[in-house]
Write a protein that binds this ligand. Structure first.
Ligand code: HEC
Length: 132
């Protein structure tokens, strides 16, 4: 009698622990799925807002992505070429040459591919005015 009573709660306990483990695993699976979906949605939203931000009516925003290398307002603090104050036509020609692969480049050939003629024009007009 004592044996049976002793065994049965522990069996119940083990079974219960198993259940809890399964529940935990299920929750973890749900969380593991939830996070990537959340991140993917976030990335999509970000991409959409970047696409909206890259509007030729706001050249300063369009030019913002150039400042990482060419300095704020195209005024380079280092070895990268400055863009500030260059002739719009020069900037536009250079960008189109990079885009077509005509001009040798390490980075600009890939970067320029992301810009339309209208955006290149807006960038040229923007950087010519940023010289202090
Ligand atoms: C990741 C760094 C990087 C970014 C971002 C970048 N550039 Fe450049 N840019 C370079 C490098 C490096 C060169 C020299 C050519 C090469 O090797 O690609 C260059 C050269 C240029 C030149 C030629 C300058 C000259 O004196 O002839 C122009 C014009 C230019 N970039 C415009 C832009 C514009 C406009 C943007 C933003 C849309 C931009 N760049 C973003 C790195 C960058």
């Amino acid at each position: 009698m004592a044996k049976t009573r002793g065994a049965s709660p522990s069996v119940w306990l083990m079974a219960n622990q198993d259940d809890q483990m399964n529940m935990t695993q299920m929750n973890m699976t749900k969380q593991n799925l939830g996070l990537p979906i959340f991140l993917a949605l976030g990335a999509l939203t970000l991409a959409a807002s970047v696409a909206q931000a890259a509007d030729i009516s706001t050249p300063a925003v369009l030019a913002g992505s150039c400042s990482t290398c060419h300095g704020p307002g195209g005024q380079s603090p280092g070895t990268m070429p400055s863009l500030a104050g260059l002739e719009p036509k020069y900037i536009m020609t250079r960008l189109k040459e990079f885009r077509s692969g005509e001009a040798p480049a390490t980075l600009m050939n890939r970067i320029a591919k992301g810009y339309s003629d209208a955006e290149i024009e807006a960038l040229g007009q923007y950087f010519t005015k940023t010289k202090p």
